[in-house]
Design a protein around this ligand. Sequence first.
Ligand SMILES: Cc1cc2nc3c(=O)[nH]c(=O)nc-3n(C[C@H](O)[C@H](O)[C@H](O)COP(=O)(O)OP(=O)(O)OC[C@H]3O[C@@H](n4cnc5c(N)ncnc54)[C@H](O)[C@@H]3O)c2cc1C
Ligand SMILES: Cc1cc2nc3c(=O)[nH]c(=O)nc-3n(C[C@H](O)[C@H](O)[C@H](O)COP(=O)(O)O)c2cc1C
Ligand code: SF4
Length: 645
Amino acid sequence: MPPTPMFDLLFTPIFIGTMELKNRIVMPAMHTGFATAAGAVTQRLIDYYVQRADGEVGLIVVELSYVDPLGNNDQHRLAVHEDRLIPGLRRLAAAVQAAGAKVALQIGHVGRRARSAVTGFPPVAPSPIPCLGGEVPRELSVEEIAVLVDAFAQAARRAQESGFDALELHMAHGYLVHQFLSPYSNKRSDKYGGDVTGRARFAVEIVRRVRKNVGPRLPILCKISADEYINGGITLAQSQTVALMLEEAGMDAITVSGGMLESAHMITQPMAVARGCHVHLAEAMKQTVTVPVIAVGRINTPVLAEEIVREGKSDLVAMGRALIADPGLPRKAAEGKLGDICPCVGCNQGCLGRGHRHLDISCLANPRVGREKYLKIERTDSTRKVLVAGGGPAGLEAAWVAAARGHEVILCEQAETLGGRLALAALPPCKEEMGNLITYLLRQVGKQQGVTVRAPETVTLETIQRIRPDVIILATGAKLRRPRFKGIEDNAVATAEEVLRCQVRVGQRVLISGGGMVGCETADFLAQTGKEIVILTRQEGLAPNMEPRSRNLLIERLLGADVQFLTHAHITELADREVIIERGGLEERLIGIDTVVLAAGYVPDNGLSRMLDGIGLKVHCIGDCRKRGTALEAIHDGFVVGCLV
Ligand SMILES: Cc1cc2nc3c(=O)[nH]c(=O)nc-3n(C[C@H](O)[C@H](O)[C@H](O)COP(=O)(O)OP(=O)(O)OC[C@H]3O[C@@H](n4cnc5c(N)ncnc54)[C@H](O)[C@@H]3O)c2cc1C
Ligand SMILES: Cc1cc2nc3c(=O)[nH]c(=O)nc-3n(C[C@H](O)[C@H](O)[C@H](O)COP(=O)(O)O)c2cc1C
Ligand code: SF4
């Protein structure tokens, strides 16, 4: 079937060097943590990429693979530094090709971002300047640089022998080649430092040596951070000069990214960063080089992707997290089924957030990531009547998955609208995209003929006796914890939820009790209206469990709005416009507080579950009512239970 005319350009074939791609959608390199501890390919890794190839993406760039043992910073990073890795890489390349996509391998070295805990040696870099929070690296000698150029060339040869259609050289994101390119991290006074030409020498030598090793036909892509977004860092103008040198050396396409560790939010941008944030860099690069340009950076809908190509800002678009969230995105776009695309909301919670904790990746919106082979929606032979109590993300996911398997599902939600607290999650500034996930879940539920939604309807013992389900799924969420302190009953306090829903009047001076994500986001919400805010937290820091890149931007906004933070502190007594607190063991008084807002955490709302003990029915408790967590655990629980019942 020809693709919908809406995406004419996105689905027009294109050549990168000798390689023809069936469409302009590229899956950029993304570390998964699915390789073995020795950096070898696993079946899990193959299944993950094959699922994306099945979704009709044009080109998959397989995650960064290190060319040298010192170029690694993760226990389960893919490797390409030894010939013994070739058989696994060969299986991977062949499987992706068999599924219909072209496949490239990204090769690189993390340089000063390596960790001695992983490699057993101090990191190496152009200059002995540590990256943010990193170890002081050892400066590479000219002889060692030559060895590394050779390591890239050997790795390229291995990729070619493994059957990859192309290669991508990682020259971005503050890794080794980028460290050479950057005036911020390269302070050398020899031929590998100094002006742009000196700093680009390493990159150019790599392209030349790789080209020599792989011959004229294998396409070489280079990924660069065209702007480091820091003072004293690489500028677009410098990157344009570098790009011309790379093109001259043998590069066939350029992926235009941005950022480095000190501006990490521009590498893998949280939802607070604008969609398509690096497109202007790609557009400028298109005026500079003659090879195809690939734009990357929060391009998370096919509509945006098509617009970028249509406006001539890039030749191809890389959609990374969007393809983690929905591997079928290209196919659904071609078929015009836009509402069925499971959206990447830019939360970074499952993918990058877990990667940073050196865990394998997953996804807030897509529980199947990394479990493609065994976590599937399969039709059931024995239809059951399933009652789902609670229409938050856990209940919605469980309901549509169970119905898609053929069960008869009754979903009851006590509120008038569905979405649960995920609807609240979309209310603070920069969080609107959370709403896309609700829209998606509602559509999935709406599409299933087997689901009957009853809202508002509270599930009680009587409801259960009336409906007589075979299985009950409790997805009743969590309740706001109400702290105990003197005066809480006699004075007006609001909850964070009431504030976010604009259900209460909030005075000018506000004290927020609780410095977790909900407290901080409520402060962010109120700060927009010019309130004076103090956040009180018992903890050492704010929102400690939040994904770090989103957290950093949130805290920056709070600081910008003059929000005050009092740590190791809690309220002991509330009187009229006066709050007595204990901070670091000492009593203090805060005068002139107009409104106290409670955001002191949540406790599972599992009362119904206790009532159902011994009732003789199969009861599953999922999401926050099982264990206080996030929407990620709620959706994952919902999917798994939907597949199990
Ligand atoms: C301000 C805010 C920001 C957040 N930001 C994020 C974020 O960025 N990322 C993230 O992952 N998570 C975030 N969360 C947390 C996330 O919203 C929750 O973890 C998630 O909604 C839990 O899903 P759930 O389905 O288990 O429960 P809920 O979303 O709480 O849904 C439970 C539903 O059950 C209904 N219910 C309860 N009892 C009954 C009954 N007896 N009968 C019928 N219905 C009943 C409730 O009305 C509710 O609609 C945020 C939360 C808040 C408040
Ligand atoms: C989990 C994860 C791992 C990543 N690993 C790599 C990598 O190995 N090499 C690379 O060049 N970029 C890596 N990136 C960055 C992406 O390739 C891409 O540039 C970035 O996510 C922005 O694109 P997106 O918004 O389409 O996801 C990673 C991103 C994520 C989310
Ligand atoms: S975890 Fe969040 S950012 Fe990562 S792919 Fe999934 S939805 Fe996108």
